[in-house]
Ligand binder design. Structure first.
Ligand code: PLP
Length: 383
């Protein structure tokens, strides 16, 4: 196979069709600064406005509740640091989980240095937060709960609506990192009781270096980046118009056919699971409840095999997968998420993550399973 079989869509995605032309046009032809008042800047200004509208329609919120950022990491940092700063009069306790992305976990670690008390909730063997434990962890000084909508390594979807209900019952704000979930599952911030939500463009077929933070009107925020009046004075700096526009195109591309795309990914995910489990011995799916998992991500434990070796050997066949979270790739520390669901260090090293997208085909899966089987047999024969 000459083309790349890209099965690492949780790390990043291919840009949506027609986007590169649009980006080039906004850099080459309509390159005006959106803050300039002359007509030449109408196109970039309109792009920003339309993208905000498209995203707010999808999330069921107001347009002025969407703030453009540079991506998921910035959105997560901004949400947590800003709530910490603005609500510390009420208290310094924050609740999160043990399976959050480093963008949340390391922000929490940083806040600990400033005297914040962080509770890291356990998860069960499928990666789900326990609602009773969550509620009993709330203290008088709790100001924020931050639990991801869906996990980036095993795909577990958390009970977001219920978490939001508990948070609001106790007058606590609720942030969710929806970087992996946005456009993979339906999200309605009102229905799901969410106050702040992070997303990242390059995870949903838009450009890298862009994303957004939803902040419910009424939640007090302060800038993470100080500067001009962009983003309602809360995020200074000339907007990355081409990248922002790419989110509009990607949203339109994915959302107009949301159900069809969802069904396609779900079908391929089940097809992949059945084929891998039926053709390779001693394989287990981490979080093996289909409806509890994103349609895009599946994580396999393959007994006796080192995940990193598999990733490298499969890349010789132009296959891209991951042995853990993309953002922790390169580090040989066993994944916190896999340990949190009960795997030993050794087992955690024997896991691979396969993540599909709207453009993955059945042929890609067949080729992958074929090469996976061959490579696993080869590696096992060396033992
Ligand atoms: N949150 C989650 C759940 C992620 O999976 C990632 C990236 O993998 C991020 C945050 C960081 O996003 P970005 O790469 O846009 O900074």
């Amino acid at each position: 196979m000459n083309r790349t079989i890209y099965l690492d869509n949780s790390a990043t995605t291919r840009i949506a069709p027609a986007t590169t032309n649009k980006i080039a046009m906004l850099m080459d032809e309509h390159y005006g600064n959106p803050s300039s008042i002359y007509d030449f800047s109408n196109v970039p200004r309109t792009e920003i406005h339309t993208t905000r509208k498209v995203i707010s329609d999808i999330l069921n919120c107001m347009q002025n509740e969407i703030y453009f950022t540079s991506g998921g990491t910035e959105s997560d940092n901004w949400a947590l640091k800003s709530i910490a700063e603005n609500y510390m009069d009420k208290g310094k306790h924050i609740i999160t989980s043990k399976i959050e992305h480093p963008a949340i976990k390391n922000t929490c670690k940083w806040l600990e240095k400033w005297g914040f008390d962080i509770t890291y909730l356990d998860v069960d063997e499928n990666g789900v937060v326990n609602l009773e434990q969550l509620e009993s962890s709330i203290q008088d000084d709790t100001i924020l709960i931050s639990i991801m909508t869906a996990n980036n390594e095993i795909g577990t979807i958390e009970p977001i609506k219920e978490i939001g209900e508990i948070a609001h019952k106790h007058c606590v704000l609720f942030h969710t990192d929806a970087v992996q979930a946005f456009l993979n599952i339906p999200i309605d911030v009102k229905e799901m009781n969410v106050d702040l939500l992070s997303a990242s463009g390059h995870k949903f077929h838009a450009s890298k270096g862009t994303g957004f933070l939803y902040v419910r009107n009424g939640v007090k925020m302060s800038p993470l980046i100080h500067g001009g009046r962009q983003e309602n004075g809360l995020r200074g700096g000339t907007e990355n118009v081409p990248a922002i526009a790419s989110m509009r195109i990607a949203c339109n591309y994915l959302y107009s056919d949301f159900q069809k795309n969802y069904d396609h990914k779900r079908y391929l995910q089940k097809y992949l699971k059945v084929n891998v489990c039926n053709t390779i011995k001693d394989v287990k799916v981490n979080c093996d409840i289909d409806d509890l998992r994103l349609p895009s991500v599946i994580n396999f434990y393959i007994k006796g095999i080192e995940g990193e070796s598999l990733v490298l050997l499969l890349s010789r066949y132009n296959i891209c997968i991951s042995s853990g979270s993309a953002c922790s790739a390169g580090s040989l520390n066993p994944s916190d998420t896999l340990k949190a669901i009960g795997l030993t260090d050794e087992e955690a090293h024997s896991c691979i993550r396969v993540s599909i997208s709207e453009i993955t085909t059945k042929e890609d899966i067949d080729y992958f399973v074929d090469k996976l089987k061959e490579t696993v047999e080869k590696l096992r024969s060396f033992r």
